[in-house]
Design a protein around this ligand. Structure first.
Ligand SMILES: Nc1nc(=O)c2c([nH]1)NC[C@@H]1CN(c3ccc(C(=O)N[C@@H](CCC(=O)O)C(=O)O)cc3)C=[N+]21
Length: 282
């Protein structure tokens, strides 16, 4: 039977360390505040937003929600973000991605002030990750995946880690963060040949394919550690990861569930960035 790596334990540990830091800021008259910009009502945006608000309330971090129409123009969104950039009460800005088709995401990314860019959208912040400078803001999802490993004392030094995803939001920054921890990283994607052979030989597989239950026992071995970052809906409309959990559960060493795995740590990591940003500006 595999060890189940649950997100809540990890999120609670991170939250615990944040309490004292938030108190220190409050003592200086600073109230950490996250602005959330959402266009339309995408279910995965809403689900993330709910998690953020719940955790923020618990920690005493303020949230300001800017809810806009999907038909919003790039220039209008730029104006909203510039207002938040210039508002001293706002410590961090999160803009839900992907943005609607009509919006120029590159323009928006560059508009978010690097000092308030808590989800690491601005290319200036992303460049730091690629330079191996981890002192700034790291994007929420890859950071949450790494936190699960660290908090479960899973050492990355010299390990063979396979990342299945090559996006700028997950795969590429995740690979850089793993390299920084001296892992040997292989990045796989939709054109990869013989994926099962590559993953079967790995110590750790971190996957964000977005195909419900796609990876079964043939992709793993009895010592595999699986970090499932995928979120999609299975044929019954239930939230599911990339891995066929029931199929592999008793054939691998460790695995994160979906839900209640990586996704449940993401909002805490984001809020940790809000506090970090506040501390830097204070
Ligand atoms: N700039 C940006 N950054 C993001 O990180 C981002 C985004 N935009 N847009 C939307 C997606 C989606 N996303 C989720 C994160 C956690 C849960 C989450 O907390 N999931 C719970 C389950 C929640 C439920 O059951 O509905 C879990 O996995 O246990 C959900 C969704 C972050 N995203």
């Amino acid at each position: 039977m595999a060890e189940i790596l649950r997100g809540k334990v990890v999120a609670d540990k991170i939250k615990e360390k944040m309490v004292e830091r938030i108190k220190k800021l409050n003592d200086k008259g600073i109230e950490p505040t996250l602005a959330i910009v959402r266009l339309g009502e995408d279910p995965s945006d809403i689900s993330y937003e709910k998690g953020i608000i719940k955790s923020a309330e618990k920690l005493g971090i303020k949230t300001v929600i800017k809810e806009e129409e999907v038909s919003l123009k790039t220039e209008e969104l730029v104006n909203i973000i510039e207002e938040l950039n210039n508002d001293d009460k706002i410590s961090g800005i999160l803009v839900f991605r992907p943005l609607p088709k009509g919006i120029d995401e590159e323009v928006i990314s560059k508009t978010i002030s690097p000092e308030k860019d808590v989800d690491c959208m601005n290319p200036l912040n992303l460049a730091k990750i690629f330079e191996g400078d981890m002192s700034g803001f790291a994007p929420g999802t890859p950071k949450a995946a790494i936190e699960i490993l660290i908090n479960n004392n899973i050492d990355l030094e010299g390990k063979n880690v396979v990342v299945i995803n090559r996006s700028l939001v997950v795969g590429k920054p995740l690979a850089m963060m793993l390299l920084e921890k001296n892992a040997t990283v292989t990045i796989c994607h939709s054109r990869t040949k013989d994926l099962d052979k590559i993953t079967k030989d790995a110590d750790i597989v971190m996957t964000a394919l977005g195909r419900a239950k796609f990876l079964d026992e043939k992709y793993f071995n009895k010592d595999s550690i699986i970090i499932d970052i995928g979120v999609s809906m299975d044929e019954d409309g239930k939230m599911s990861g990339d891995v066929d959990f029931e199929n592999v559960e008793d054939k691998v060493a460790k695995i994160t569930p979906v839900p209640r795995g990586v996704g449940s740590v993401t909002n805490t990591v984001l809020l940790d960035n809000v506090v970090k940003g506040c501390e830097k500006r204070a």
